[in-house]
Design a protein around this ligand. Structure first.
Ligand SMILES: *Cc1c(COP(=O)(O)O)cnc(C)c1O
Length: 386
């Protein structure tokens, strides 16, 4: 005899209730039929959808201006996979940015070709190169707006025009830039992807993804595929993400403002060879960043110190109180070292080509007090190259 009905209350909770129920009971077969037909809204089995996922999807839909209810997945890679595996078929061709997130690159390089889907990786800052890579079979272009960890800015407007002209889907992974800095649908995206694991949830305690399409039929196909493939997230993760989203704007603005301060500070430190931050005039894509991001240059800063691995070790040890961890978007500042993590598979020559020496670090700026944070970096750089 389950469940015991909740005690009656004329007043409502102010926080979204957590609904871990896997199944939802309907009154009659007629009612269930109507639910499956879509004539009546009601949850049935939580892999097919549940209220905690929909609440979070709606919140991001509002931020992105998504026209239909977006789809939540159990990780950002779930969302990337849903787009690539749920929409493409053998014989199709897809073009991806050549500095996509590591696992997205891996899927493009390893998994899609195994399934008969051809891929090309091209510099998304070079529209002519992307145009040259187009084939009659090309169905999709997938890019990130700001690349990781070299913070290059894609020519989104040029790519969007090219995609429209060629009639291919233009997909933007907006994880780095977030809807606070960049509204992907307003810039011609047909599909928007997020890893909520990063800035949107923001506390490094949730793994979650989001995908939404402008076109209703495409959005429906993505939902059906994620349900079939079992990508539905847990209600608890969605509940935590909703909580994180409540403070997203504040966290983002604070982290971004501090990132600008830190970038300037690093630029003045002895032993720092270069600083990469799109707000800086010496950034190769500064003009494009200014036009696209409208003064929102994000919370990520990369820089390079003199010296090899020993200096890098000394820097990481010297960065007291900061986590040396390969993620981004946490409330605390985190530091990552591409040569030993995300780009370890590349040869030293290839890394040098991309500008990633042993002294190259990427910083995800968090919510620390800016002056104190700059002091930590001063001491760590001093310890490394002193
Ligand atoms: C982290 C990340 C992903 C993958 O997200 P997960 O939640 O870790 O699966 C995809 N794209 C970008 C740009 C990311 O930073």
């Amino acid at each position: 005899m389950r469940p015991t009905p909740l005690p009656e209350s004329a007043s409502r909770p102010v926080v979204t209730p957590l609904s871990p129920s896997v199944v939802y009971a309907s009154d009659t077969p007629d009612m269930l039929d109507a639910q499956y037909d879509g004539d009546l809204h009601g949850y049935t089995y939580s892999r097919e959808g549940h209220p905690n996922a929909d609440v979070v999807a709606q919140a991001i839909d509002r931020m992105e201006g998504a026209p239909h209810l977006g789809v939540l997945t159990s990780s950002g890679m779930g969302a990337v996979s849903a787009v690539l595996l749920g929409l493409l078929k053998a014989g199709d061709h897809v073009i991806g940015g050549n500095q996509l997130y590591g696992r997205s690159l891996r899927m493009m390089a390893e998994d899609l070709p195994r399934l008969g889907i051809e891929t090309s990786m091209v510099d998304p800052g070079d529209v002519d190169a992307v145009r040259a890579a187009m084939r009659p079979e090309t169905k999709m272009i997938l890019v990130e707006v700001v690349s990781n960890p070299t913070l290059r800015v894609a020519d989104v407007l040029g790519l969007s025009a090219l995609a429209k002209e060629a009639g291919v889907l233009f997909v933007i992974d907006n994880t780095f830039t977030t809807p606070r800095a960049f509204k992907a649908f307003d810039h011609g995206a047909d599909i928007v992807i997020h890893s909520l694991t990063k800035l949107l949830s923001g506390h490094s305690d949730v793994m979650l993804g989001y995908v939404a399409a402008r076109d209703k039929a495409t959005n429906d196909r993505l939902r059906v595929f994620t349900v079939t493939a079992g990508m539905t997230p847990s209600p608890f993760d969605c509940w935590l993400a909703e909580r994180g989203l409540l403070s997203f704007d504040l966290r983002y603005d604070r982290a971004q403002a501090t990132a600008a301060v830190l970038a300037e500070h690093l630029g003045g430190l002895k032993g720092v060879k270069r600083v990469i931050y799109p707000a800086r005039h010496d950034h190769p894509d500064h003009a494009r960043a200014e036009a696209l991001l409208k003064g929102q240059y994000c919370n990520m800063v990369s820089f390079e110190i003199d010296g090899g691995r020993a200096a890098a070790n000394a820097f990481a040890r010297g960065a007291e109180g900061l986590n040396f961890a390969p993620t981004l978007g946490d409330v605390g500042t985190t530091i990552s070292h591409p040569a030993s993590s995300s780009h370890r598979a590349l040869t030293a020559e290839k890394r040098a080509e991309l500008g990633m020496s042993e002294g190259f670090f990427r910083v995800s700026v968090g919510l620390e007090e800016p002056t104190a944070l700059c002091d930590v970096f001063s001491r760590a750089v001093e310890a490394a190259v002193g």
